[in-house]
Each structure stands twice: as structure tokens, then as C-alpha cells.
Ligand binder design. Structure first.
Ligand SMILES: Nc1ncnc2c1ncn2[C@@H]1O[C@H](COP(=O)(O)OP(=O)(O)OP(=O)(O)O)[C@@H](O)[C@H]1O
Ligand SMILES: [Mg+2]
Length: 491
């Protein structure tokens, strides 16, 4: 994983990192202020043998002393040493227990550190010195009668300890902080590993095997159909997506695009509406069709009514001109009309296919909002009848296996899956994926015809919005080409 990927994970999982950090600090703080203070003093003893005239005896004695160091260390908590140490401190009324004394051999020397832990510095110092002395006298007693005695002598008496060895508030706090941070990072990595949703373009590329055509940030507020004439970060992704779609297959201009997604709520309708508006803004005559006969929302998204539309055309009780509602000079919307009980059959019928062709002929490009691929077959019926399919995946929501399955099902009906839109990407994640896509792209002049979602009165399109004369298809292809070049070269 690269640095940007790691930063993106941290941005996503910062809460768990902060929570673990707070818990670690709180634990360290608690530990640092819990229990009575303990002081430790250490006296140093040397295991030695008296000088001998014979070199051989000297060498043997030295080796013996070395091997005996560990034995004397073990003696420190023996009854005899403890009772001798207690006897030395009898005038202070102190009895030395096994918990109070400890000994440790200093590596590669004949030195033994005798340590005592106590609740006061003075007592710790006295106990350590008494322990060292008691060890020496015990060793001497054990060798009574031996001519060449090995002795244990105090070489450095214990000093009065300053700071307590426990609790240690600063150290405990530091350890708590470090452990909390490590736990937080570990949790973040674990959650990331367990998360099977698509969160980045890299994951989507791998799962879908199709090019990215749009990276749409998560919006907090504002109209569903954004004002595409502005240079706002909400508008730019849809204009870029439009341009990217237009150049996906320059040899075969797309006349009809189906917008669908693996699951409900991924953002198909909002994406379809804004894409349609973006195509109209660039000079195309666009028809947006609401083909979601189960949950019709497209007309509503444009602020129009759904009462008359697609199903009236199928039934033949209205004609295309009457069924189309104008949203702007170059954008007409075909709502669903009354909802049928059998959407799949209707959308898959030959009659519907012919109707789609008739409607599409009236526009440069037709954008169709469809139901999701996985729960129902409607999108598959539609996908086989259009020039291309744009798959919307919602960042952090769409599961990887769902996206892969959606592509697989679309492929089985021979659909031309053009690319995908990664929708509702948290802005904090965008920088790591495609920074300048949203933030740095140069503003290019748009044809200022659409002025955003004009709210209709009583569901009707405002009277000021008239059907505009047909414009030359792809009149802005030259300009769009400039736009895509400038925005891509900046990334
Ligand atoms: N980029 C975005 N940022 C924030 N919210 C979004 C974004 N895109 C869509 N939404 C919100 O997500 C919700 C679902 O969007 P939309 O209706 O477009 O999804 P859908 O895929 O068409 O759903 P359905 O499957 O029900 O038809 C809506 O509340 C919409 O406002
Ligand atoms: Mg929808």
C-alpha cells in the first residue's frame, strides 16, 4: 500500500484510532496514579576469593566463584538470609520478607546487585544494605572451617532512592499513548481488511474492469440536479463524466445510455439527471427517460410529475410529444406514467424496444434511469436495447462482490458496459484518488442555456422553459476535447 492509500485509510478510520488513543491515554493515566508509591534501592556485592600463592589454586578459585554467583543470587530469599537481614533491622522493628529483597547477577562479572523495594526511600536503602550484609555473612557461615574462603562483600552500599519506581505517571502515560496508538492503527487496518465495500477507484477498477467516467463527491446539501453552469466541486464531476462518456468510443457516438447500479440507493437517478443536464448544457438535445417502473424518481428529481409518460406510450393512449416534459431548452423528460404490475415484461417487450428507438430518434442522446441490476431483471432487459451502460457504484456502500456480479449479469445479456461512476465519495478520500479531477480543473466556457433546476409550479414545467430548436449534435465536441485535455493533464 502506498502512502496516499495509508493516509486515505487514516482519514476514513480516524475515529477508531482516536478512540483507541483516548483509551490508551486514560489507561496509562489511571495506572500512573493508582497504588502506593514504591522505592527501590540497590547495593552492590562482589564474590571473591582470598589471594593464593599457587596460580593453579587461584584459577580454580576464580572459576568456582563464577559458578557460585548464581547460587548466591538464589540464596537471597532463603530463610537464613532474610532472618539475618531482619535481625540487622531489629532496632527499627522491620522484618524483611521474601517480597522485599531481590538479587541479580551482573552479566560477565562476579558482582551481585541486591535490591530492596519499600514504601519509603529510607527503608528501601536500609533493607538493601541489610540484605547485602546478610548475604555476605550467610556465605561466610556456610564456609566455616574451609581454609580458602570465598567471600561476598558489599562494594557499593545502596544510596537513598529519589523517584519511586512505581507508579510512574509520565512513563505509564507514554506507554498508554503508544499502546493506544498502535491498537488504533491495528484496528483501523483490521476494519479496512474486513470491509468488502468499494472505496476507491483502484478497488472499483479491479472489480469492474471498466474505466472510471466520473468521480462524484458526497454532497451534503443543495438541489439534486446541481447548477452545472458554476465551477463548483459538485458540478465539475458531472461535466467531466459527460466528456469522458462522449470520448469512450469516438467511432461510435452513443445515442442511448442506461444508468444503473448493482443495488438500490447507489445514486442512479441523481447521476442520470445530472448527466442528462450536463449533455444538454454542452449543446446536445437530450431526453431523460425514467425507466424505473418500480421506484420512479427521475421526474421528481427534475421537479416534474410522473403521472403521464412511458407507460402511456406503451398503452398508446398518448403520443411522444405530449408525454415529454420540458425541463430546459434542450432537455426533455419522459416520466414513467402509471406504474404497471409487470415492469420486467413491459421493458423487455418488442413494443417497448421500438418505442425506445422512436423516442431516442428525437434527441442527440437519451439518458435512461433504470432500477438496480441485482434485485430485478428490469435493468438487464433495458441494457440489451441501449448503446451503452454506465454503472453507478456508491463509495463505501456498494459491495465488491455485488459490483462484480452486476457486471457479470450485464455481460450475459450482451450489454455494452462503458464505465462506472464512483458516487458519493467522501471529500477527504478524493484527494488520494483523483485530486485535480474535482478541485483543480480549469473552468471552460459552457453554453449558458440551462440555469439549473427551475422549480415548476404544481409539478408543471415553468412556462418560461420552451423546447429549443434542435442544435447541431456535438456542436461542442471541439471545446469538450479541450476540456478533457486540460482537466486530465492536471492530475
Ligand atoms: N453524490 C451524492 N452525494 C450525496 N448524496 C447522494 C449522492 N448521490 C445520491 N445521493 C443521495 O442518495 C439517495 C439515493 O440516490 P438516488 O435516488 O439517485 O439513488 P438510486 O440508485 O436511484 O436509488 P433507487 O435504487 O432507489 O432508485 C438520495 O437521497 C440522493 O439524494
Ligand atoms: Mg432511482
Amino acid at each position: 500500500m502506498d502512502l496516499l492509500g495509508a493516509i486515505a485509510i487514516l482519514r476514513r478510520r480516524w475515529l477508531v484510532v482516536v478512540l483507541c488513543l483516548i483509551m490508551g491515554i486514560a489507561g496509562g493515566f489511571d495506572l500512573g496514579h493508582r497504588g502506593t508509591k514504591q522505592y527501590r534501592a540497590t547495593a552492590e556485592c562482589l564474590v571473591n576469593i582470598p589471594p593464593s600463592q599457587s596460580v593453579q589454586t587461584q584459577v580454580l578459585g576464580t572459576q568456582l566463584a563464577g559458578s557460585l554467583v548464581q547460587t548466591y543470587v538464589g540464596l537471597i530469599n532463603s530463610k537464613i538470609v532474610l532472618s539475618r537481614a531482619s535481625a540487622l533491622l531489629a532496632d527499627r522493628g522491620v522484618s524483611v520478607g521474601a517480597q522485599g529483597l531481590s538479587a541479580k547477577a551482573v552479566t560477565n562479572t562476579y558482582l551481585i546487585d541486591v535490591s530492596a523495594t519499600s514504601t519509603t526511600p529510607v527503608l528501601a536503602q536500609l533493607t538493601a544494605n541489610a540484605g547485602a550484609k546478610a548475604l555476605g555473612s550467610t556465605v561466610a557461615k556456610l564456609q566455616s572451617g574451609v581454609p580458602q574462603k570465598i567471600t561476598v562483600q558489599t562494594t557499593s552500599p545502596a544510596a537513598l532512592p529519589g523517584a519511586p519506581v512505581s507508579p510512574r505517571p509520565r512513563l505509564d502515560l507514554l506507554v498508554g499513548l503508544i499502546l493506544g496508538l498502535l491498537a488504533g492503527l491495528g484496528m483501523a487496518a483490521l476494519l479496512e481488511a474486513l470491509d468488502r465495500t468499494i472505496k476507491s477507484t483502484a478497488q472499483a477498477d479491479a472489480v469492474l474492469g471498466r474505466p472510471l467516467v466520473g468521480l462524484v463527491p458526497k454532497r451534503r446539501a443543495g438541489p439534486l440536479v446541481v447548477d452545472l453552469t458554476t465551477n463548483s466541486p459538485d458540478a465539475e464531476p458531472y461535466r467531466s463524466a459527460r466528456t469522458a462518456i462522449r470520448f469512450l468510443d469516438p467511432d461510435r457516438p452513443l445515442r442511448s445510455i442506461l444508468v444503473t447500479s448493482p443495488s438500490p440507493g447507489d445514486g442512479k437517478t441523481v447521476t442520470a439527471a445530472n448527466l442528462a443536464a450536463a449533455f444538454a448544457l454542452s449543446g446536445d438535445h437530450v431526453i431523460a427517460i425514467d425507466a424505473d417502473l418500480r421506484k420512479p424518481r427521475l421526474a421528481q428529481t427534475f421537479g416534474l410529475e410522473s403521472a403521464v409518460g412511458l407507460t402511456n406510450l406503451v398503452l398508446g393512449n398518448t403520443d411522444v410529444t405530449d408525454a415529454l416534459q420540458e425541463w430546459g431548452p434542450r432537455l426533455s423528460v419522459l416520466a414513467t406514467g402509471p406504474l404497471p404490475p409487470n415492469p420486467s415484461e413491459i421493458l423487455g417487450s418488442q413494443l417497448f424496444g421500438q418505442l425506445l428507438k422512436d423516442v431516442s430518434r428525437r434527441a442527440d442522446i437519451t439518458v435512461i434511469d433504470a432500477p438496480p441490476v441485482l434485485p430485478v431483471d428490469d435493468a438487464l432487459s433495458l441494457a440489451a436495447q441501449v448503446d451503452g451502460v454506465i454503472l453507478v457504484v456508491r463509495a463505501g456502500t456498494t459491495m465488491r462482490h455485488s459490483a462484480a456480479e452486476a457486471v457479470r449479469r450485464l455481460e450475459t445479456v450482451g450489454a455494452n458496459v462503458l464505465g462506472y461512476v464512483l458516487n458519493a465519495v467522501p471529500r477527504s478520500d478524493l484527494r488520494g484518488m483523483y485530486a485535480d479531477y474535482v478541485y483543480g480543473s480549469e473552468r471552460t466556457a459552457e453554453i449558458p442555456i440551462l440555469t439549473g433546476p427551475s422549480r415548476p409550479q404544481n409539478g408543471k414545467a415553468p412556462s418560461t422553459l420552451r423546447r429549443s430548436p434542435r442544435t447541431t449534435p456535438r456542436a461542442d465536441s471541439q471545446r469538450a476535447s479541450t476540456e478533457v485535455t486540460t482537466s486530465r493533464t492536471k492530475t
